[in-house]
Design a protein around this ligand. Structure first.
Ligand code: NDP
Length: 453
């Protein structure tokens, strides 16, 4: 390794790259450098999970204040100061970015604040003109927003722009039915924007449990979001006073902003991957084995650029496993099975394991499910419903999937995820005494399957 400038050069300072760099340096004793062309922290910290979640918190106050009033408080919501919120949000992101930098420096990692490209399997070309060599290269460049076409790019905005808006839009159209579309529909609706959402398919959140998707769509509509299913844009142009849009269902309106949340693609363009001989998949993703190694032995890749499970904690685990394997003398791969996740719609959705539809195809199953009005909101006559669902393998009795739609579902699914990862059976859930009165006690009190197969 001594012939190279570094033992490891990481391209991309997001969740996966930063974790790998720190562990390789501080625990593996490697000489490590990292290059980031934008801001340290990557999508999650700068333009994804973190600012999104803060917006979720911010947007939930009008409902909370209305609830407080229903509970007897003399509470009224005033005006929302978007510029003040946005300034504070960016101060927080600056603070977090600084922490990322400090932690890298403390771990002995050298930082290059510029773009890096691969010149050959051991050589990296930096945008500042320098060329450096490394025994190993880790590509952790994440993904980028995809606009469906030039017209969308010209008339629309993406989730990257949402955190920089000059003003909150009065009328917002959101295109897409995935995580980002649904989360921002709820956020802006909470802030008081009139939100319309067009999704081309039959139900939002494709790939998730059908019953949960249905309940979330219903809740979003109840809260005032105008959700149009089976709907696409057939005409769109910038006009005086906004963006005119005509939909395939005949709906025609002018919006202040049109947010395209139509998916993301791996950042593999102009990285020198093809020249280095690295194999790329159909969707532009870097193809890797279980140890995140590409077909070129010195080049590895982790996180969204590999398009496995595109979630921050997965990228972090992949980066850590890579560093342990290559520099820590501990060969191990990331376990991609039973990864819990949450969608921060309002209400939230937490899921781990199989959907009922997936389980039905592969197993003989029992489905335990309950949907009800929780005490906190039923008391003030809000229509909100929650959903708790366990999908059980009728033969092994193992819980194959758990789906929760409720306030705090993200927190709940983390804990249910531990039990399910341990292989908990339905009877293990049943043996656990309920915590009363909570909504999640239903997870351990469902006695009779609602469906079997
Ligand atoms: P998704 O792939 O989840 O959703 C994209 C949506 O856009 C789908 O509804 C898709 O429809 C639709 N779409 C795609 N192309 C077009 C088109 N040409 N015209 C109209 N609609 C289109 O991507 P997101 O951007 O929402 O999120 C990207 C990733 O980021 C997620 O996969 C997730 O891994 C991660 N993420 C995770 C979050 C979390 O954990 N809470 C939050 C946000 C993002 P169709 O279903 O028909 O394909």
């Amino acid at each position: 390794m001594a012939d190279f400038d570094y033992d490891l050069f990481v391209i991309g300072g997001g969740s996966g790259g930063v974790r790998a760099a720190r562990i390789a340096s501080s625990e593996g004793g490697a000489r490590v450098a990292i290059a980031e062309e934008s801001r340290m922290g990557g999508t999650c910290v700068i333009r994804g999970c973190v600012p999104k979640k803060i917006m979720v918190f911010g947007s939930s106050y009008p409902q909370l204040v209305a609830d407080a009033s229903s509970y007897g408080w003399d509470a009224r919501i005033g005006d929302f100061d978007w510029p003040a919120f946005r300034t504070h949000l960016h101060q927080e992101l600056d603070r977090l970015e600084e922490i990322y930098r400090t932690n890298l420096t403390k771990a002995g990692v050298e930082i290059f604040d510029c773009r890096a490209e691969i010149a050959d399997p051991h050589t990296i070309r930096l945008a500042d003109g320098k060329t450096v060599t490394a025994s190993h290269i880790l590509v952790a460049t994440g993904g980028h927003v995809d606009f469906p076409d030039d017209r969308a790019r010209e008339c629309g905005i993406s989730s990257n722009d949402v955190f920089h808006l000059d003003a909150l839009p009065d009328r917002l159209l959101i295109i897409g039915g995935g995580y980002i579309a649904c989360e921002f529909a709820c956020i802006f609706n909470g802030f008081g924007t009139k939100v319309t959402q067009f999704y081309r398919g039959a139900q939002i959140l494709r790939g998730f449990d059908e019953e949960a998707r249905g309940l979330i769509a219903e809740a979003m509509r109840d809260k005032g979001i105008d959700v149009h299913l089976g709907t696409t844009i057939i005409g769109m142009e910038k006009r005086e006073g906004g963006i005119w849009v005509k939909a395939s269902n005949g709906h025609e309106a002018v919006f202040d902003k049109v947010l395209f949340a139509t998916g993301r693609s791996p950042n593999t363009d102009r990285l020198g991957l093809e020249d280095a001989g690295v194999k790329i998949g159909r969707r532009g993703e870097i193809l890797v084995d279980a140890y995140s190694q590409t077909n070129i032995p010195s080049i590895y890749a982790v996180g969204d650029v590999t398009n496995r499970i595109n979630l921050t904690p997965v990228a972090i685990r992949e980066g850590h496993a890579f560093a342990d394997t290559v520099f820590g003398g501990n060969k191990r791969s990331m376990d991609h099975d039973l990864v819990p996740s949450a969608i921060f719609t309002q209400p939230e959705y937490g899921a781990v394991g199989l959907t009922e539809e997936e389980a039905r195809d592969a197993y003989k199953i029992e489905v335990y499910c309950t949907s009800f009005r929780p005490m906190r909101t039923a008391y003030i006559d809000r229509p909100d419903r929650v959903l708790f669902k366990l999908i059980v393998d009728a033969e092994s009795r193992k819980v194959l999937g758990c789906h929760i739609v409720a306030e705090g579902a993200g927190e709940l699914i983390q804990l249910a995820g531990v039990a399910i990862k341990m292989g908990a059976t339905k009877e293990d859930f049943d043996r656990t005494v309920a915590v009363h009165p909570t909504i999640s006690e239903e997870l351990v009190t469902m006695r009779t399957p609602v469906r079997t197969s």
